[in-house]
Design a protein. Structure first.
Length: 297
């Protein structure tokens, strides 16, 4: 009992009022996060209805734990003795604030990706309105390459443009052929996997893509060159004052940037390009991982 008194001491009214104000601010942040969560869920519903994403791709966002933490803070503030253990309160408050920030970044990142996928097909329709035109339904059947060679060449050339722009609009660096068969417009092919592989081969012949596996299950699409990506990453680092060594995980955390999902081997190659162009210095860390430090001059 004596120890409890040592830990919890009567605090001035202004200290408790400050704590209540901080709690109210956190409560507002939680309310704002709930709205973001609802917006994300609405986007997910729309995306699944349009077959842009599948239900098993949806990631649940749990706020229950944070709400329980709020209850703990409420208990501390509403102590019958009118006493606050300021260290305990601050610990809980800091933890909640940190978790709110992390969740917000996750929700905004996921929401942004869904929006990109939704607008990807809309942008595709603007560029290629024939995708939903009744008179162009024949485009979902591949011409016989032996009997109608010219039609076949024209068909795969046009669809290669569609696939390239789909990757660009959806911010996809790697396309998985099996997954693509469930998304518009490719899900409308009469022979989905076969046609997608034919179109992919056309992109490869144009040096705009490459297979990442012998089974041809994943395709790396280069809708921007690594040189262009290196310029964009350097610019991002410069504008955000990243003067300390930058590790790959920091690029991954920049969810609003299109380069955040670049394959690891591409990022490592980009580091080399930056070093070659004297825009950065490559650093090898103790664990063998690479980092880079930009040069400001």
């Amino acid at each position: 009992m004596e120890r409890q008194r040592e830990r919890s001491t009567e605090v001035p009214k202004e200290v408790k009022e400050k704590a209540e104000k901080e709690l109210e601010e956190l409560r507002k942040e939680l309310a704002r996060l709930k709205i973001l969560k609802q917006e994300k869920e609405q986007l997910e519903i729309e995306a699944t209805q349009k077959h842009i994403i599948k239900e098993d791709e949806i990631k649940a966002t749990e706020l229950d734990f944070i709400e329980e933490q709020f209850d703990k803070l409420e208990d501390i503030l509403s102590s019958k003795l009118g006493e606050i253990d300021t260290k305990v309160y601050q610990k809980h408050a800091d933890q909640i604030e940190s978790e709110l920030q992390t969740l917000e970044e996750e929700i905004i990142g996921e929401k942004g990706l869904i929006e990109k996928k939704l607008t990807a097909y809309e942008n595709l329709l603007q560029a290629y309105p024939w995708l939903e035109e009744e008179r162009k339904k024949f485009m979902y059947d591949m011409p016989d390459k032996n009997k109608n060679k010219n039609d076949y060449i024209s068909w795969k050339t046009e669809w290669a443009k569609v696939l390239f722009d789909y990757a660009r609009f959806a911010i996809l660096h790697i396309i998985y052929t099996r997954e693509l068969t469930t998304h518009k417009p490719f899900m409308n092919f009469t022979k989905r996997e076969q046609y997608i592989k034919e179109i992919s081969e056309e992109l490869i012949s144009q040096n705009q893509a490459k297979w990442l596996s012998k089974k041809k299950e994943s395709l790396r699409v280069y809708w921007k060159t690594l040189e262009v990506w290196s310029d964009e990453i350097w610019k991002w680092a410069y504008e955000n004052g990243k003067i300390e060594p930058i590790m790959i995980y920091e690029l991954r955390e920049a969810k609003q940037e299109d380069f955040s999902s670049l394959p690891l081997e591409d990022l490592e190659e980009i580091f080399k390009i930056l070093a070659k162009n004297r825009k950065a210095k490559i650093l090898k860390l103790d664990d063998g991982k690479l980092a880079f430090k930009i040069k400001l001059e």
